[in-house]
Structure formats: structure tokens, C-alpha cells
Design a protein around this ligand. Structure first.
Ligand code: HEC
Ligand code: HEC
Length: 459
């Protein structure tokens, strides 16, 4: 491991705050030997964000009961979605709809609609929680990225239904779902930008695949998005997705104060606690020591409430490069020239942020493209399946041992899957879905890895 960390540092352009002292030119001046002892520097901790409680309450009310999302689909049509894939109605229509599109169960009766949807009786609206709330060990958790959703299928089905039901479906740009839970949201946002701007330079609109980072890590960091391209205080770019689902920019501009309050609410979210057998305190202590020696060089140290986000060059972390490479200078320039980017100036980062690992047990699968089902496999690259199918989101489907999701491992991607099953298997050989890189846990012994896992359960 010593050699590996040394190699990382040698390469490092990574502005690892606190974990390493850098010269003015950003060149690391700490040698690898030193960083292997606990490299903590309390000076690297940032003061926790002070949340405006009244604003956060208003944001909560707006997110759950306010006019988020435009009129997406008539209620009657939503309830008849099953006609796209079945000839007789399923016995439990709401459950069949949740199952097909990977929507989570709502926390309230919600008029029979899944999480992330709401209705005034005649129309159905969709909001942030369709992607930003997911079922974790059998519970719907606000702020956990929905790791099952297939929005491409949903949009396609809405279009077919619109023909027979005679309503005008929203006209979202192409939304590519690489596998359940990972879609090209950034690519979709860029296509939306191109609807109003025609820049004199080429712009990529296929940016790999992304899953939604856990909202409860927002208060831990200074940059958002998996590549750290956005400033933490950004609120407009997070609103932009709504354009795809029947909301106009004028409506969003009018509701800007509400969205600022919504963001304040997000800062109050806490990670859910590990709901299984508590790890032994000895294992946790050993794991913590290892983590401080080998991981806080990049990841947040739990002695800091908040730290500068650490963007690790894609070559150093080695995970699938697509998302980072394709969101480059031109794409950033396009976004920065829209109303959405005007306040939230993005920058091309060339890497991925080392995420805060608070509540990491609840945000499986792992990496920015959800390509690795368990933390154990994040820390042991030999255990990463090439083709897999997530079994489900119930408590029994959670892999307590390996910390993550139980999966069925396949030897190949199915040929000719049905439309509904197309995204069910995660195929890591596809562009943007690679599961390589982040070999930083490979040199741990199995016992050390188990200790690190024990520690991570407590975050
Ligand atoms: C269609 C799915 C989808 C919808 C709808 C959606 N998001 Fe997201 N969101 C994502 C994905 C995916 C990312 C990560 C993109 C990336 O970094 O590559 C993200 C990132 C974010 C982040 C940054 C998280 C971080 O820690 O880096 C915030 C904050 C956020 N979204 C808020 C919102 C809000 C508020 C709404 C509703 C107004 C919303 N999102 C609607 C999918 C969605
Ligand atoms: C050189 C920097 C670096 C080091 C050292 C490092 N990591 Fe990471 N880690 C990252 C980056 C960057 C990512 C995000 C990669 C991506 O999404 O493509 C990441 C992702 C992860 C994830 C997945 C998180 C998620 O929500 O998807 C886990 C778990 C993790 N690291 C644990 C560890 C542990 C444990 C160690 C120490 C044994 C460690 N890392 C060492 C940079 C590092």
C-alpha cells in the first residue's frame, strides 16, 4: 500500500486538502511515508454551514407540496400506462407501474402515485424525488439517489400512450438510461441548453451515465456534481432538469426563491443510520485508523464536518472516464451562458470528486456511474461483476456483509431483452458504464478490508 499511495501522490494534481501539504504551485511536498501516519490537519476543516431554519422549512414545504414540476401527463393516462406493455390490467396497477419504471414507494398515500409524483386530480406532475429518493433496505429514503429508475422507458411509454390517449406528451430531449438508476442527465441538460443557445463550437450531448449523489452529503463539501463542476451553493443548475418534464424556464425563474429555499432544506438532511447488526467497536477503531492513513488523503476526514471538495484527476482515480471527459470546456461554456449557469458558473474539472462517505452504506451501487454493487468490491477490484442484475430494494436484498446490494451475476448481457427489461442488466462493457479503477483498497488484507467496512457503516 505504501508504494501505491506514493504513486498516487507522485501523480497527484489532486488538491487533497489537509491530507497533504501543497506548495504554491500545487505540487505535493509531503512524502508518501509521512502521509501513511495519520496526516490530519485540523486547519483543513471548514466551518459547518449555518442553515436558515425558516428557509429550510419553506423549502421542505415547497418540495413536498408546492408547484414543483409542470403538467406531465393526464392522471387518467398515467393510470393506464400498463396498456403499453400488457393486454389485461395487472392486479395491482400502482405496484406494476413502480416495478416497471423503478419508481420508489411514496412515504404517504400520495393518491396512489409513486415517490416523486403528485397530482391535482386531473394532471400528474413529476418532481426532484423521482431521482432523488430511493428505496434502501426496504425503506424509501429522501435524498438517496433512486438506483432503480428507468426514465428512458417511462418517457418512451408516455409517447406511445399519448398516441392512443390523445394528449400531448412533454417533449423532453433524448434521455438515455444506461442501466436502471443511471441515466445521462447531464447530456439531457446540455440538449436543453442547445434549444436556446447555438454556440459556434461543437457540444457533446452524450456524457456517459450518472446516478444521483446522496443529498445528505451536500453540507460536507464545496463542489457539486460527480465531477465537481458546479459550486456547492448552486441552485439553478439543479432546477434545470425540470425543463425536461413540462416546466418552462419562465415558471422556474418565477419560482427561484422557492428553489433557493429547497436547497436550504437539502442542507438539513441527515444520512440514515446503518439498520443491521452494529459492527464491533474494535473493528471500527481499527478500520478508522486504516481509513485515516490510506483514504483521507482524498476522502473527507470525519474529524471535519466539512472540507474543501477534492477533485481527483481521472487518470489518478482511474474510474470510467466518459462523464469527466465529455463534460469539458465547450459544454461548460454552453451551460455558463444560460440563465442556469449565470449564477452557478461551472468549470471543467478533468476528474471526479472523492465523495464524502457519510451514509455510504445507503448509496449503493457505487461510483459516479453506479457500476459496482458493494463497498467491498469498491475496495477489492477482483470482486466486481462484469454483468449483473440487482435483485431488489427490500431489506432482504441488502448485502450486509459486503455493504451494498445483492446481485445476480451473469456471464453475458442478455441478447434481445424485452423493452421493459432492456436496462435491468448492468453491462459494464458499455461506454460510460465501466467498473474499472479506484484500486486503492486492493492491497488491504481481507481482515483490514473488513475493518474498513465496519468503520464505514458508522459514518
Ligand atoms: C431525472 C433525474 C433527476 C431529477 C428529476 C433531478 N435530479 Fe438532481 N441530480 C441527478 C443526477 C443524475 C445528478 C448527478 C449528476 C452528475 O453529477 O453527473 C444530480 C445532482 C444533483 C445535485 C448535486 C448533488 C451533489 O452532491 O453533487 C443536487 C443538489 C440536485 N441534483 C438537486 C436536484 C433538485 C433540487 C431537483 C429538482 C428541482 C433535481 N435535482 C432533479 C438527477 C436528477
Ligand atoms: C487518490 C484519491 C482516493 C483515494 C486514496 C481513495 N479514494 Fe475512494 N474515491 C475517490 C474518488 C475520486 C471516488 C469517486 C470515483 C467515481 O465516482 O468515479 C472514490 C469513490 C469511493 C467510494 C464510492 C463512493 C460512492 O458513493 O460511490 C468508496 C466507498 C471509496 N471511494 C472508499 C475509499 C476507501 C475506503 C479508501 C481507502 C482505502 C479510498 N476510497 C481511497 C478517490 C480516492
Amino acid at each position: 500500500m505504501k508504494r501505491l499511495v506514493g504513486a498516487v501522490l507522485g501523480l497527484s494534481l489532486c488538491a487533497c486538502p489537509g491530507a497533504m501539504v501543497t506548495s504554491d504551485a500545487g505540487v505535493p511536498v509531503v512524502d508518501a511515508g509521512e502521509t501513511l501516519s495519520d496526516p490530519f490537519d485540523a486547519g483543513s476543516c471548514l466551518a459547518p454551514i449555518v442553515v436558515d431554519a425558516a428557509k429550510a422549512d419553506a423549502g421542505h414545504a415547497f418540495l413536498f407540496t408546492g408547484p414543483v414540476g409542470g403538467q406531465l401527463v393526464p392522471r387518467l393516462a398515467f393510470d393506464n400506462l400498463w396498456r403499453v406493455w400488457a393486454t389485461t390490467p395487472p392486479s395491482d396497477v400502482p405496484a406494476a407501474i413502480r416495478e416497471r419504471y423503478g419508481f420508489a414507494r411514496a412515504l404517504t398515500p400520495n393518491d396512489g402515485l409513486p415517490m416523486g409524483f403528485r397530482t391535482d386530480g386531473s394532471y400528474v406532475r413529476v418532481d426532484c424525488l423521482v431521482c432523488h429518493a430511493g428505496e434502501v433496505a426496504g425503506q424509501t429514503v429522501v435524498g438517496a439517489g433512486n438506483n432503480r429508475v428507468d426514465l428512458e422507458l417511462f418517457v418512451d411509454d408516455l409517447k406511445s400512450l399519448a398516441r392512443s390517449f390523445g394528449f400531448t406528451p412533454p417533449n423532453p430531449p433524448a434521455l438515455r438510461t444506461g442501466a436502471k438508476g443511471v441515466s445521462d442527465i447531464i447530456g439531457m441538460t446540455l440538449q436543453l441548453g442547445l434549444r436556446t443557445m447555438q454556440p459556434p463550437f461543437p457540444v457533446n450531448t452524450e456524457i456517459g451515465y450518472q446516478d444521483a449523489p446522496a443529498w445528505w452529503t451536500l453540507a460536507d463539501k464545496t463542489r457539486v456534481y460527480t465531477d465537481g463542476s458546479g459550486p456547492q451553493a448552486a441552485h439553478r443548475t439543479m432546477m434545470a432538469t425540470q425543463l425536461a418534464f413540462g416546466t418552462t424556464q419562465a415558471e422556474l425563474e418565477r419560482l427561484e426563491p422557492e428553489y433557493i429555499a429547497l436547497r436550504e432544506y437539502l442542507l438539513t438532511l441527515k444520512a440514515p443510520a446503518w439498520p443491521f447488526t452494529a459492527p464491533s467497536s474494535d473493528a471500527v477503531a481499527r478500520g478508522r485508523a486504516l481509513f485515516r492513513q490510506q483514504c483521507t488523503i482524498c476522502h473527507r476526514d470525519d474529524r471535519c464536518e466539512r472540507q474543501e471538495s477534492n477533485i481527483v484527476p481521472k487518470e489518478t482515480v482511474g474510474t470510467d472516464p466518459e462523464r469527466s471527459v465529455k463534460y469539458g470546456m465547450n459544454e461548460v461554456a454552453l451551460i455558463n451562458n444560460t440563465w442556469f449557469g449565470a449564477t452557478d458558473q461551472h468549470r471543467a474539472s478533468g476528474g471526479y470528486t472523492a465523495p464524502s462517505l457519510r451514509g455510504v452504506w445507503a448509496s449503493a451501487p457505487y461510483f459516479h456511474n453506479a457500476s459496482v454493487p458493494t463497498v467491498e468490491a469498491v475496495l477489492d477490484s477482483t470482486k466486481r461483476p462484469k454483468f449483473f442484475r440487482v435483485l431488489g430494494t427490500s431489506r432482504a436484498d441488502y448485502d450486509e456483509q459486503a455493504v451494498g446490494l445483492k446481485v445476480e451475476v451473469l456471464t453475458a448481457a442478455p441478447t434481445n431483452p424485452s423493452r421493459g427489461d432492456r436496462a435491468a442488466v448492468y453491462d459494464t462493457t458499455k461506454v460510460g458504464l465501466g467498473n474499472q479503477g479506484h484500486l486503492f483498497g486492493d492491497a488491504l488484507t481481507p481482515a483490514q478490508r473488513a475493518d474498513v467496512l465496519a468503520y464505514l457503516k458508522t459514518l
